[in-house]
Design a protein around this ligand. Structure first.
Ligand SMILES: *Cc1c(COP(=O)(O)O)cnc(C)c1O
Length: 221
């Protein structure tokens, strides 16, 4: 087994143990590997294990350099409006939809190309000034505003928690995102993804109900 294969297998074991600890042993959890700063060969090796459903990229420039149709890709970082044209139709999910100007541009490009783009709404659950994402309280009104864009299919919510805030605060952040997600799930068709949890906080995210994780470091270092 290569290093990458060993690391993803070990991570899957940890995820399964955390799911059992959370009483969620029958739940399915998808893994999207954060691919920033990793080369295409490494990502192909990881992707070909079949353990990750997509590779998530933060920077569009880096995504364009590494792109290959053999891999399923997501956008997980802040997306500039002028870069939308490079990702629409090429990525499975834009996980960082967080403002109407971005939705407008996604709609415009999708309509011109005749495609529908699946997206997650990003929630800034730690309410950090410097980070993207709407406030959890704004989810329903933002979703309502997105109804006028027929080429955007919102599949759920993505949340990034602040680093090093301790387990109690982390639980608070993730719970807030989860509660906002659950208040909508069931009222909207196809709204079923709760993407939260990275290398340092995936156990807490799983306790709080995440069904999609975005580990980076832990799979490569
Ligand atoms: C980098 C990144 C991750 C992965 O973080 P690690 O600490 O490397 O696990 C997940 N989500 C987003 C949005 C990221 O930018």
């Amino acid at each position: 087994m290569t290093d990458v294969e060993q690391k993803i297998k070990a991570f899957m074991d940890e995820v399964n143990a955390a799911l059992i600890a959370a009483g969620r042993e029958n739940d399915k959890v998808e893994i999207v590997a954060a691919g920033k700063n990793r080369d295409r060969e490494t990502l192909l090796r990881l992707y070909s294990t079949g353990c990750v459903s997509a590779i998530g990229e933060n920077r569009v420039q880096e995504f364009r350099e590494k792109y290959t149709p053999e891999i399923t890709w997501d956008v997980i970082g802040r997306l500039q409006t002028n870069k939308v044209k490079y990702v629409v139709g090429k990525v499975r999910l834009i996980q960082s939809l967080d403002r109407e100007s971005l939705a407008e541009e996604i709609e415009r490009v999708c309509a011109a190309r005749g495609v529908v783009q699946q997206c997650l709404v990003e929630i800034n659950s730690g309410e950090e000034e410097a980070k993207g994402g709407i406030r959890a309280e704004e989810l329903e009104s933002f979703l309502h505003a997105l109804e006028k864009y027929p080429h955007i299919a919102v599949r759920g919510v993505m949340a990034v928690a602040p680093r090093d805030i301790g387990e109690d605060k982390l639980t608070e952040c993730f719970s807030k995102a989860r509660d906002a997600f659950l208040a909508v799930r069931g009222k909207r068709a196809g709204f079923d993804i709760l993407s939260m949890g990275m290398s340092a906080d995936f156990r807490v995210a799983l306790k709080c109900g995440a069904n999609m994780l975005r580990p980076g470091k832990i799979l490569f270092e």
